[in-house]
Design a protein around this ligand. Sequence first.
Ligand code: MN
Length: 328
Amino acid sequence: MLRRYHPGMDRGTPTAGARQDPGRGDGSATIVAGRPMPAFGRIGVEPISGACGCEITGVDLTRPIAPETLAEIMLAFEHFLVIVFRRQALTPDQHRDFSRRFGELTELPQAPTYDGHRDMQEVRREAHETKNVVPSFEHFHTDSAFLERPPLCVVMRALDAPRYGGDTAFSNAYLIYEDLSDGLKNLLDQLQVVYSGKDIWAKNQKLDPDKRLRLRESHNLTEQELENIHPAVRCHPRTGRKALYVNKAYFKHFVGWNPDESLALLEYVQSLAQRLHYHCRVKWRRDTLLVWDNRFLLHRGIHDFMGERRHLVRTTVIGERPVGPKRS
Ligand code: MN
């Protein structure tokens, strides 16, 4: 699908230091992830698909990162929404230090922690386990939308990856929104969603013991803090670019809509995230490190592996309170 870039589309200005895209040599820009691809001089950047995601080369995250290199990493992150680094054998402290470049780390009330590190979580499935045992949804979602300030991004690294399968897939929520009709955009622009994590534990207790998810045992959030209302369309706080911010995970209903109406619209917009031309997919190897945006990009694990261990550890960076479109 061809998307044309209009100079007025994005209210923001390009990140400082960004050079012009070298393009295809005929003066036209390379459009990838819905926008002209910036030029990178200090890091290697290879887009994974036309929709989102890139692999970055030429960076060793165990060593100090020059400010100009960091600026390019941030530019790649903003443009591609998920950035992939290979062969990064970080210690937990190095993992945390790199994560803090994106913002302040936060704990999650529901996710199991990693090896005594309260600010690191893990997604682990042992070789003998055949089912998904962690709260990792098998549909496209953003993490923890029930929080007042849901995560900005997740920094995840593989300690162990299956030989085949167990990829993580992503879907670009800017592109989903931009392809909607003006009619549906206008409707969604006015809508708000109730997201709630109040019943995560109670629901889990009702399952058969062998079907239960491995949840974090305790947290210090109040009941009230586990439920929040957010806009159905989320704007980038600096550029104003809009993305769909509706997904099934922790969704209760649209404000002012009854459950049937809410479910009907939810099912429709959720189905849009499945379209392949919004996606990229990342294969994990040991020491692969990903940073993905948890505001404007949906993700899901693919549990298509058997008899092999998959062990991912992550930090979570706190985001801003979601900003909706300005009401006119
Ligand atoms: Mn998730």
